[in-house]
Design a protein around this ligand. Structure first.
Ligand code: SF4
Length: 333
């Protein structure tokens, strides 16, 4: 489940069973902010199915109760026969969105509000770099900034994590946030402290302004800790990304995301990236080697798009060769 209240479209909302996205309605003569409701998204179990809009708006204070009713519909009517069909997406596929909305309204006990306007931006924001913060209504101090640090493939050492905590205490108010793209944000930094922060040695390892290739790199756990993994996703992704960085140094590369999953379950959300990689194993002569299937131009957000299959069984040793033309020339959608 994903809940997003801001307009930056930084969550991959459409990949989730239940998704709440920001909206508003005029109700009883007042503008009321709340959520539009989507249901039935998934990544694994047969691939990406974007969540479907239910044409329902819910007030913030009623959102938890509405989600509980959605879960109860799945509990009462969803499939129990096979683990791979135990997803809301299959119930929607079998019974349809219209039936689901009617069933939800019946359980809700009163008419549901129709959805309000979509407020999210078309493109994702990754929160890296230096960003001015919104001022809370009761805050009257100096402008504060957030600083987003790239954690390459989301892998951080204990020393680096202690270093980030130290920076948060010295420059901010001790808070640290984590992003959907596996990176770190240090919020609440006054403007006159930004220069010193960006000179800190740790920011050479966790940069604020990485290359476009590392910037959008996201990876599932891989075989470090997941027994479903077919390959070492993080190790390969980093190796390939560094090679692509080297090959494209000095060239203008349009923003892109590269997501890698170690198996069809798709925890790395490879179906919603500019370039998606799904780990596999393939035979070369007598040898079985690490490889990846390649997908392009998948998208979540207000205009979701199922990725196109581009290449199968590319040996990881040749991935940089296969991806270089895509990184340089693939039109971004
Ligand atoms: S995508 Fe597969 S390998 Fe990666 S974390 Fe999920 S289940 Fe494990």
């Amino acid at each position: 489940m994903t809940i997003t209240g801001c307009l930056e479209n930084c969550c991959h909302t459409e990949t989730q069973d239940i998704a709440l996205v920001p909206s508003y309605r005029e109700l009883e003569g007042q503008q009321v902010f709340g959520f539009n409701v989507l249901v039935g998204g998934k990544q694994g179990s047969g691939g990406y199915t974007p969540a479907k809009a239910l044409d329902v708006f819910v007030r913030k204070e009623e959102a938890a109760r509405l989600c509980a009713e959605i879960v109860r519909i799945f509990r009462d009517c969803g499939s129990r026969e096979s683990r791979t069909r135990a997803r809301l997406a299959f119930l929607l596929q079998d019974r349809g969105v219209r039936w689901f909305r009617q069933e939800l309204e019946r359980r809700w006990g009163k008419p549901l509000h129709a959805a309000g306007p979509e407020l999210r931006k078309k493109h994702h924001t990754d929160h890296l770099g230096i960003q001015p913060q919104k001022r809370p209504p009761d805050y009257h101090g100096p402008q504060l900034f957030s600083v987003g640090l790239l954690v390459p493939v989301g892998r951080i050492t204990t020393d680096q994590m202690r270093g980030v905590a130290d920076l948060a205490e010295r420059y901010g108010n001790g808070e640290i946030r984590l992003t959907v793209q596996q990176n770190i944000i240090i919020p609440n930094i006054p403007e006159d402290r930004l220069g010193a922060l960006t000179e800190e040695p740790l920011l050479k390892e966790l940069p604020v302004d990485p290359s476009p290739i590392l910037r959008g790199l996201v990876c599932c756990t891989g075989n470090d800790y997941c027994h479903f993994a077919l390959i070492d996703t993080k190790g390969w992704a980093l190796k390939v990304a560094r090679e692509l960085e080297r090959r494209t140094q000095g060239q203008k590369i349009a923003p892109l995301t590269i997501h890698m999953s170690g198996c069809p379950a798709g925890c790395g959300l490879h179906q919603v990236a500019t370039i998606g990689l799904q780990g596999c194993r393939t035979r070369i002569g007598e040898e079985i080697v690490d490889a990846a299937h390649v997908y392009i131009n998948g998208k979540s957000g207000p205009q979701p798009q199922i990725a196109t299959d581009a290449m199968y069984d590319v040996p990881c040793e040749q991935l940089a060769d296969a991806l270089e033309p895509l990184v340089r020339f693939l039109p971004r959608s």
